[in-house]
Design a binder for this molecule. Structure first.
Ligand SMILES: Cc1cc2nc3c(=O)[nH]c(=O)nc-3n(C[C@H](O)[C@H](O)[C@H](O)COP(=O)(O)OP(=O)(O)OC[C@H]3O[C@@H](n4cnc5c(N)ncnc54)[C@H](O)[C@@H]3O)c2cc1C
Length: 572
């Protein structure tokens, strides 16, 4: 087995990973130094989940807007749990990143006067979300991918699945990856490793997230000894299509769509009258669930729905601004939004938590960096505002790429011999999953039960009893997952094996979510405890960091950085 070697290994070829790789290469170019960069991705990079982002990216680009207003919106949206120094970096750097994307070829929509168009988004005081139709992620990802091809110092390992990070308690030495196309394991030595492996929405049953969003990067960091921060905060998007969970972008409300209940009422008047459809996602999701619980929606409350009405916007506007929404609704629901309202219900969409980093993507483990949805900087606190995440991938991807390059220039690199590590992972994985592989249960059975218990215990509304139930269920599933039935014994493209490895990561990620949620005895942002309905700043204006220890999960608390916006009641 060969040991490969690069200076920087980036796990993930989505927006954050590509932006980081490009910035690392540019930093080296500017410094006149050489830097050998690798991107390892379990799918071809343009199939990363970023490709499915619809609505847009937030940045202050108009005279009527200010950095302070964008920061305040973000901090209030986060229910004051965002680190305000990080938010200031986000809003200050966002415009130059958006302009840079334009220069690299991103086809932002434009107004007739030539300005880049902006649209309204939930929780934002003014129109500040730039977009490329309703396929923003597709265009941004392709722009970065084609830009990355310019740099000959970037090598790609497409369809390689990272199975572990090689680290001791002092520093990182590299990774082990499974080449999915051949079934062979390889160690890649690196002076720095960056996790840009995205989120883990698939730990829930009903989600907008692609099937590859299994939280691998979070679990990889956690196992290597880096803490996972704010994991209790997961975001439910108010408008998913029933059954599939396909996202109907917030831009549909930004363009003027209404939410109505079965009585034909615009029910948000009862919950958030000043913002209505432009309220933040946590509040609107709770409003929908409350309507359903009161029998004011359609269908059973557990999988009932309300309506999103776009009819008054007219076919011409819908075709120009929301063509993808027309296509998705017609294809997957058989419903034409031009003449019929769209059924929608809250759907798991995003993870605010992730690997704890500083503002340059550094984790507490020397040489390990993280950016994008994988990381928790944190600008999102207890609730992310829509369209801040694409911007986060650009701003903090670039900062992490540049910081990692700087670190590598100063680092000799370890002299650790990695030749046995690929074999170690291969033996462990083959012994556990492929020898006597008929003795256990199917991956799909355990995954289904895992997703069901997360919906049950860690949904929009939570209680100690429900969370306890999920904690116990996860312990049982972890035990059962030690024995899995994998029918496919081939080496090439053994996606059943990949599914088993993903399930193993999901179990770790799910555990950090429910345990952190059980511990936080208050309600804040997207984390609402029916047994602790108030926000409690005195006790809980803090981050929780989950650490893996030999005795199980241990939570450490860390302060929230406040710069100039003192916490106050979150009112809209
Ligand atoms: C349907 C949808 C619509 C959205 N719309 C918007 C929007 O309009 N505006 C907004 O701001 N945000 C939006 N978001 C959120 C935003 O798109 C994501 O948070 C962001 O794109 C994540 O980018 P990323 O680079 O961090 O990760 P991803 O794009 O998810 O990329 C992760 C990468 O990691 C790789 N990877 C993962 N595990 C492994 C492993 N074990 N080994 C090797 N490689 C691995 C994958 O192959 C992939 O390349 C949306 C999200 C969804 C799901």
């Amino acid at each position: 087995m060969t040991t490969l070697q690069h200076d920087l290994v980036i796990i993930g070829g989505g927006l954050a990973g590509l932006r980081a790789a490009i910035e690392a290469a540019r930093t080296a170019e500017k410094a006149g130094k050489s830097l050998d960069i690798a991107i390892v991705s379990k799918v071809y990079p343009v199939r990363s989940h970023s490709v499915s982002a619809e609505g847009g990216a937030a940045a202050v680009l108009r005279d009527y807007d200010t950095f302070d207003l964008h920061a305040m919106d973000t901090i209030r949206g986060a229910d004051f749990l965002a680190d305000q120094d990080a938010v200031e970096i986000l809003v200050n750097s966002a415009p130059s990143e958006i302009i840079q994307m334009e220069h690299w070829g991103c086809p932002w929509n434009r107004d007739e006067d030539g300005h880049v168009s902006v649209r309204a988004f939930g929780g934002m005081s003014v129109k500040r979300t730039v977009f490329a139709s309703d396929k923003t992620g597709f265009h941004m990802l392709h722009t970065l991918f084609q830009t990355s091809l310019k740099y000959t110092t970037i090598t790609r390992y497409d369809e390689w699945f990272v199975t572990s990070i090689i680290a001791d308690d002092k520093e990182v030495h590299g990774i082990v990856g499974l080449d999915i196309s051949t079934g062979s394991f390889h160690a890649i030595k690196a002076k720095a490793v960056m996790l840009a492996a995205g989120g883990g929405g698939r730990v829930f049953a009903f989600t907008t997230n692609g099937s590859i969003c299994t939280g691998d990067g979070m679990a990889l960091a956690y196992r290597a000894g880096a803490p996972l921060k704010d994991m209790e905060f997961v975001q439910f998007h108010p408008t998913g299509l029933p059954n599939t969970g396909i996202l109907i972008t917030e831009a549909a409300r930004g363009e003027g769509g209404y939410l109505i209940n079965a009585k034909g009422e615009r029910f948000l008047e009862k919950y958030i009258p000043n913002k209505m459809e432009m309220g933040p996602r946590d509040i609107i999701s709770r409003a929908i669930i409350t309507e359903l619980e009161q029998g004011l929606g359609y269908g059973e409350s557990k999988d009932g729905f309300v309506h999103l009405d776009l009819r008054h916007l007219g076919e011409k506007h819908l075709k120009s601004r929301l063509p993808f929404i027309l296509e998705l609704t017609r294809t997957y629901m058989g419903i034409d939004p031009v003449i019929e309202p769209i059924p929608v219900r809250p759907v798991l969409h995003y993870m605010m938590g992730g690997v704890h980093t500083d503002n340059d993507g550094r984790t507490p483990l020397k040489g390990l960096y993280s950016a994008g949805e994988n990381a928790c900087v944190t600008i999102n606190g207890a609730n992310r505002l829509g369209s801040n995440s694409l911007t986060e991938c650009l701003v903090f991807g670039a900062r992490a790429g540049s910081a990692a390059a700087g670190y590598i220039f100063e680092t000799a690199g370890s002299d650790k011999d990695l030749s046995t590590f690929a074999e170690r992972d291969e033996t462990k994985i083959r012994t556990r999953f492929l020898t006597e592989r008929n003795r256990g249960e199917k991956v799909s059975v355990i995954r289904k039960e895992l997703q069901a218990t997360m919906e049950e215990g860690a949904g929009v509304f939570r209680t100690a009893k429900g969370l306890n139930g999920s904690i116990e269920k996860l312990a049982e599933l972890r035990e059962r997952a030690q024995r899995l039935q994998i029918k496919d014994s081939t080496r090439t493209y053994n996606l059943e094996l990949v599914g088993a490895l993903e399930l193993d990561f999901m179990l770790d990620v799910a555990d950090t979510i429910v345990q952190s949620a059980h511990n936080r005895q208050e309600s804040r942002g997207a984390h609402v405890r029916r047994d602790f309905p108030e926000r409690d700043d005195e006790k809980w204006l803090i981050h929780q960091q989950a650490n893996m220890t030999p005795k199980g999960l241990k939570i450490k608390k860390s302060p929230v950085t406040i710069t100039k916006w003192q916490p106050e009641e979150r009112k809209y």
